[in-house]
Design a protein around this ligand. Structure first.
Ligand SMILES: Nc1nc2c([nH]c(=O)n2[C@@H]2O[C@H](COP(=O)(O)OP(=O)(O)OP(=O)(O)O)[C@@H](O)[C@H]2O)c(=O)[nH]1
Length: 143
């Protein structure tokens, strides 16, 4: 017996696999980047990162993305959250990792950066899939 959801005979589209970073400065603030115009979800803030290419591990994808986007050398640590949801019309699976870094982050692709105190994260408009991640970070801080 099939337990798969959806209409008979349809295969749900596989989600876009995305990996992103929680990057903290010495004061504990978290780095967000703003999606530039001309892309989906333009103007929203997000955790730096991007799509995992075929054959890449999440760790190597994140190291590559952070070098490209921010010009930093990243060391990928523990998973903060892994969330899958419909994200403005596209199914996305977002794997979020703690990251330590060397270098000074800069918006290498013209994107704005913001160092945000943890309690102010909910004030930043972010894609739907990021909301549970923010809740998870806030809950962890209270433990
Ligand atoms: N890096 C990152 N991406 C996120 C977050 N939340 C979220 O929905 N996304 C989505 O995950 C995808 C990340 O892809 P990307 O940044 O590599 O790609 P992109 O939009 O430039 O697309 P493209 O490579 O097809 O041009 C986008 O669709 C983006 O909207 C997040 O917190 N961080």
């Amino acid at each position: 017996m099939s337990a798969s959801p959806g209409a008979p005979g349809t295969v749900p589209p596989s989600p876009v696999q995305v990996v992103a970073a929680v990057i903290r400065d010495a004061r504990g603030r978290i780095l967000l980047t703003r999606r530039t115009q001309g892309r989906d979800l333009a103007g929203l803030w997000e955790f730096p990162g991007g799509k995992i290419e075929p054959g890449e591990s999440p760790e190597s994808a994140l190291v590559r993305e952070l070098q490209e986007e921010l010009g930093i050398r990243a060391e990928v640590g523990a998973q903060v959250a892994c969330v899958e949801c419909d994200n403005g019309g596209k199914r996305v699976r977002l794997d979020v990792r703690e990251v330590r870094f060397e270098g000074k982050p800069r918006g290498a692709e013209g994107q704005a950066l913001a160092w945000v105190p943890l309690h102010k994260l909910p004030e930043y408009p972010m894609p739907p899939v990021d909301r549970p991640v923010v809740q998870q970070l806030l809950a962890q801080a209270e433990e």
